[in-house]
Design a protein around this ligand. Structure first.
Ligand code: FAD
Length: 478
């Protein structure tokens, strides 16, 4: 029941649920353009972000207005770089370029490593900086408040939905109030709490499940620099291991991040056990855990629409994540920047209909989203192969610097004819395996091409046709 508290008549032009990188960046970009914005976040302000550093795409950070550090003697340096695990600077000093890729069975490494377009970024500091910028821009921040349900006409099909705001409850139980808004945004992350409640719109409300989810852990450990010289501490990914991947990233002289993630499924290995094994094999890594944790990671695809009248989704809630790594911070920020310009224009024109918000879909699906969608086919292939098969492909140079650089950086770039012929020669003893790869690349290419034909304006019939074909293509992926 809506109570009578002073917040009960709150009205904003835009109401965003979720203060992750997607919600905060979108909020501050709109607010600096003079648009009134509220952000509703169920967590505490102090608890925002992961208690560790994540690999975040450098381009996305730069586009979001973060100054990237300079490189001095092969390491990041300058005022934005951390001196220790505990300080509140943004970036870890270690520069990973190239990234060494080891085969899942650890029998070989990929020649030349891969291009690594990420920088290891402290998620607590990132959250804090985004909150500061949002607050400075005039965003109204409601921490410890939960978005409960969308308001307006929310029962119908995609064309009939008209969202007019969100019902919010205080997490301390002190009451409930409604926020009215021209545009209401779901930025609640993997749970996609608001988007999923739009029961009559399957193109919008789909739940992430099955092979679209992974489980990952990070453990930042104290390192004994005295023993480090004798240990194998090279930054690397053990890519394709246990239907996921594992890594070590040295942060500082005396600290290292050991982590990994695997496909979420019954009977999966616990990444913490593999991490333990990695630590045991490296005596310089001590038992002292400095930071770390774990959780569910999205490695799936966007629903076919991210918008309805008065509504949009961004970030994990919109499936804007690289499926071949589970890295979603860059996608969340890119998605937020893309949505910001379109929502701003719609609000200023006074038309927040699905037609006005449709460019969010068009720009995403025909651009970056087409790469991420096609990479779902590549990820699906990787998860279906054994350690031995992936290792064979790496040994023979069929999975190589070029193909893995694309996949790890979220770019779908399948081999051309020359490279396929070379692969056929190198893998001649395993025709069945080559066939599986060719099939995955063909399917990825079909998905990619189809996404490039995403309807450029809201036309219900054209969208239904597009979504039907896309649905059929994805039936062959998951
Ligand atoms: C162990 C682990 C390791 C990862 N490593 C990386 C990495 O190295 N690089 C990378 O790019 N990504 C990584 N990710 C993924 C990354 O964290 C997400 O892709 C990213 O945070 C998505 O941002 P977002 O803003 O969409 O959602 P989130 O960051 O999930 O933010 C959503 C916010 O919404 C709030 N919320 C949820 N429900 C409600 C509600 N009903 N009302 C109000 N608020 C609500 C939540 O409290 C949360 O603060 C990792 C994830 C995990 C779990």
């Amino acid at each position: 029941m809506v109570n009578d508290n002073p917040k009960s008549k709150t009205t904003y032009r835009v109401a965003i649920s979720g203060a992750g990188p997607a919600g905060l960046l979108l909020a501050l970009k709109l607010a600096v353009q003079g648009i009134s914005v509220a952000v509703i976040e169920s967590g505490d302000e102090a608890a925002l972000g992961h208690d560790w550093s994540d690999a975040v795409e450098k381009d996305a950070l730069a586009s979001a207005g973060f100054e990237l550090p300079e490189v001095v003697s092969g390491r990041y340096a300058g005022r934005t770089v951390k001196h220790s695990e505990q300080d509140d600077n943004l970036f870890e000093p270690h520069r990973i370029e190239p990234l060494e890729i080891r085969s899942p069975d650890l029998s070989c490494t990929v020649a030349g490593g891969v291009e690594f377009r990420y920088i290891t970024t402290d998620r607590k500091t990132l959250a804090r900086r985004l909150v500061e910028r949002a607050r400075d821009a005039g965003v109204a921040l409601f921490f410890r408040h939960r978005a409960e349900m969308l308001l307006g006409d929310t029962e119908g099909s995609l064309e009939n939905i008209r969202v007019s705001g969100v019902r919010v409850s205080a997490c301390d139980g002190s009451g409930t109030f409604d926020v009215s808004a021209d545009v209401t945004v779901d930025a609640t992350g993997i749970a996609s709490r608001l988007r999923r409640s739009l029961a009559g719109a399957p193109a919008l409300n789909r739940k992430f499940s099955g092979s679209e989810l992974a489980y990952a852990c990070r453990s930042v450990r104290r390192l004994d620099p005295g023993k480090a010289r004798e240990d194998d501490l090279t930054d690397h990914y053990r890519y394709g291991a246990y239907r996921g991947y594992f890594w070590t990233h040295r942060h500082h002289e005396d600290s290292i991040d050991v982590g990994g993630g695997v496909r979420e499924e019954p009977g999966r290995v616990d990444p913490a056990d593999i991490i333990d094994e990695m630590i045991q094999n490296r005596p310089s890594i001590t038992r002292e855990v400095i930071r770390g944790g774990g959780g569910s990671v999205l490695v799936g695809r966007s629903p076919f629409s991210l918008v309805a009248s008065g509504f949009s989704a961004v970030g994990d809630a919109a499936g804007q994540v690289i499926p071949t790594t589970g890295c979603g911070v860059g996608g969340a920020m890119t998605g937020a920047l893309l949505a910001a310009g379109i929502i701003e224009a719609a609000v200023k024109r006074g038309d927040c209909s699905i037609k006005a918000l449709w460019p969010v879909n068009y720009v995403w699906f025909s651009g970056r989203g087409s790469h991420f969608a096609a990479l779902c086919a590549v990820k699906d292939l990787l998860q279906a192969l054994s350690h031995e098969e992936i290792s064979f492909l790496m040994k023979k140079g069929i999975m190589n610097r070029r193909t893995l650089s694309s996949a790890i950086n979220g770019v779908f770039d399948p081999p051309g004819t020359g490279e396929s012929l070379r692969a056929a020669g190198a893998g001649i003893t395993r025709p069945g395996l080559l066939l599986k790869i060719a099939r995955a690349n063909r399917l990825g290419a079909k998905i990619f091409r189809h996404y490039r034909t995403y309807p450029d304006r809201w036309d219900p019939a054209a969208f239904v046709r597009w979504a039907e074909t896309a649905g059929k293509l994805f039936q062959r992926v998951f």
